[in-house]
Design a binder for this molecule. Structure first.
Ligand code: PBG
Length: 329
């Protein structure tokens, strides 16, 4: 009995050596695909590690500028800014989000002055600034849509005035992309791009992020009346189409790994670049398993990001940006 099969097709031929595998590789991850989300705080020389996000810290603006220089040298094109503001600045309507002298405005100005090539992306949503921890204005337990959009317009204008290259509404109010686009254009900011968090789910994977900003909805409330239901997929098409109609320059799916089917779906229908947000909880899970010796953290992180790219993401927002870019470098 011969043990040799007569096979025309032997897929293993293309896996035999590293060189062959490199030729056959369909997906390539580069630092240019990645955006680093960062947390900014007041002060100088301040670095506060975030317990639930090992390797990440809240940084004062001067340290953020140093990080921007480093990321730029590594070939990372963008940073997404999230401010942690003092409780004393929070109110019902998130007034501080419109302060031209506020933390975000100062951070954007310093970053653009030091590293003009680095794309600075500012979040548009009220949650770091509201006493309720909600992304919008609350009245009798309801998140008001149109009143919130009016506030988001002012926040986006404030970010554009500071010099943001891109504003990224992550609030999930209806109609905010068109309203923000019109306001930006009316005020001479037609070059400021909009990345819409178009298919953003009401996810429990945002936990560590909310720790980082102390922005969890108060009193155990959730965000289910505006963020998408994790059970839905077709609805993501509707959200993306609406935002494209309203002028979004880029759309996002968030979170990433538990929603790879949605990433692929959105990539197939979108006429603009698609980003996916590998969120705080996804990052924390790998870090925790790595710290316990249960997983090879570096390899699993790389595999996770490759999977997000393979699913169709053109750009990945991930806390692992710097460490991965250092490795790829
Ligand atoms: C808030 C916002 C959230 C994230 C980005 N912008 C949290 C939320 O919607 O509650 C989550 C990011 C992460 O978990 O890494 N507008």
């Amino acid at each position: 009995m011969t043990t040799r099969l007569t096979l025309t097709h032997r897929p293993r031929r293309m896996r035999r050596t590293a060189a062959l595998r490199a030729m056959a590789a369909e997906t390539h991850l580069t630092p240019g695909d990645l955006v680093q989300p960062v947390f900014v705080i007041e002060g100088k020389g301040q670095k506060e590690p975030i317990a639930s996000m090992p390797g990440q810290a809240r940084l004062s603006v001067d340290l953020l500028v140093e990080q921007a220089r480093h990321l730029h040298r590594l070939g990372v094109p963008g940073m997404a800014l999230f401010p942690k503001v003092d409780d004393s600045l929070k109110d019902h309507t998130g007034t501080e989000s419109q302060n031209d002298d506020g933390l975000v405005s100062r951070a954007v100005k310093s970053l653009k002055a030091a590293v003009p090539e680095m794309m600075v992306i500012c979040d548009v949503a009220l949650d770091p600034y509201t006493s309720t921890g909600q992304d919008g204005i609350v009245e009798d337990g309801e998140i008001l849509n149109d009143e919130t959009v009016a506030a988001l317009i002012e926040q986006a204008l404030c970010e554009a005035r500071a010099g943001a290259d891109m504003v990224a509404p992550s609030d999930m109010m209806d109609g905010r992309i068109g309203a923000i686009r019109e306001a930006l254009d009316d005020n001479g900011f037609e070059k400021c791009a909009i990345m819409s968090y178009a298919a953003k789910y009401a996810s429990s994977f945002y936990g560590p992020f909310r720790d980082a900003l102390d922005s969890a909805p108060r009193g155990g409330a959730d965000k289910k009346t505006y963020q998408m239901d994790p059970r839905n997929r077709t609805e993501a098409i509707r959200e993306v189409e609406l935002d494209l109609d309203q002028g979004a320059d880029m759309v996002m799916v968030k979170p990433a790994l538990p929603y790879l089917d949605v990433v692929r779906l959105v990539r197939d229908i979108s006429t603009v670049p698609v980003s996916a947000y590998h969120v705080s909880g996804e990052y924390a899970m790998l870090k925790a398993a790595g710290a316990n010796g249960w997983l090879d953290e570096d390899k699993c992180m790389m595999e996770a990001l490759i999977s997000i790219k393979r699913a169709g993401a053109d750009v990945i927002f991930t806390y692992a940006t710097q460490e991965i870019a250092e490795k790829l470098g």
